[in-house]
Design a protein around this ligand. Structure first.
Ligand code: ZN
Length: 283
């Protein structure tokens, strides 16, 4: 189940599946509460869609203030509709050049890095190992989803971190629903080859038209990795049907902003500095 919450002027959604994970903070933000105008009204978080940089900067400032997370702790990658996964190691820097930032999923067990996915119809998938305290965010557009990116991320958790299926929780945020997502046979062909496609690919209205349930396709990938159904939370809000709340690429005809979805591991309480002055005197 998803609930709508407010941080400052920003309206956002949270998935109840993560409610007992005290170690993390997450938000699927709406488009509300920002400074941008017109097509980008108002919480547009992307510098690459034609909005004024100053407005986007202001929006990032508002997000940071609303959630009390310093701006430099947010990590946004390029999102290129592929299936490459960026794993943030516990220590050290991330990137030395912009060309290195082409990823559509981020995985980390590092605290204080708010890993972000920007969307406007594509599916934001959040994954957490509630025991090992590892988090992942996935950008599931049709290409990434057809490449099985969500399953790939879960397999990585299982293979590299030893995550058990019953400890993995997943939330699928607001995205374009099957009510609105018609695709042609070029796109449909990618999904037709997938196992269980009858659950998320349906005949559309018109010749060579198909209805694709992108959320359902990502859900299938999660289930395929043996994650129990009870561990999956799904938002039923369609971004195209709810353009007062969300940016929708299709619904807008292509010129629109991007909402931000982020997840972060909170830092453990810092060690107290040991002071020795009180009991230590030089004779
Ligand atoms: Zn819809």
């Amino acid at each position: 189940m998803f609930s709508v919450l407010q941080a400052g002027a920003i309206e956002y959604l949270q998935a109840s599946i993560f409610q007992d994970c005290d170690f993390l903070v997450h938000a699927f933000c709406t488009r509300q509460g920002g400074a941008s105008k017109d097509e980008y009204d108002s919480l547009n978080m992307s510098f690459h869609e034609g909005d004024e940089d100053n407005n986007v900067l202001q929006n990032w400032g508002r997000l940071a203030a609303a959630f009390a997370i310093p701006l430099e702790q947010f990590l946004v990658v390029n999102q290129v509709h592929g299936d490459n996964i960026f794993v943030i190691k516990p220590h050290g820097g991330y990137f030395s050049s912009r060309a290195e930032m082409d990823y559509d999923a981020i995985v980390t067990d590092r605290a204080n890095v708010a890993i972000c996915i920007k969307t406007a119809d594509c599916v934001p998938v959040f994954i957490a190992d509630r025991i090992k305290k590892i988090i992942a965010v996935v950008h599931g557009g049709w290409r990434g989803t057809s490449l099985g990116i969500t399953a790939k991320v879960i397999r990585l958790l299982q293979d590299k971190y030893g995550s058990s299926p019953q400890d993995i929780l997943a939330a699928i945020g607001p995205a374009i629903g099957k009510c609105c997502y018609q695709v042609d046979s070029v796109v449909a062909d990618y999904f037709y080859k997938q196992k269980g496609h009858e659950h998320f690919l349906f005949a559309g209205t018109g010749k060579n038209k198909w209805t694709l349930d992108l959320t359902g396709a990502n859900r299938s990938q999660i289930l395929e990795c043996d994650i129990p159904e009870a561990n999956i939370d799904i938002s039923d809000l369609c971004t195209m049907c709810n353009q007062d709340l969300f940016f929708s690429h299709r619904g807008s005809g292509g010129i629109t902003g991007r909402q931000i979805n982020f997840m972060m591991i909170k830092e453990d309480a810092p060690c107290r500095v040991l002071t020795i002055e009180d009991n230590y005197s030089v004779q």
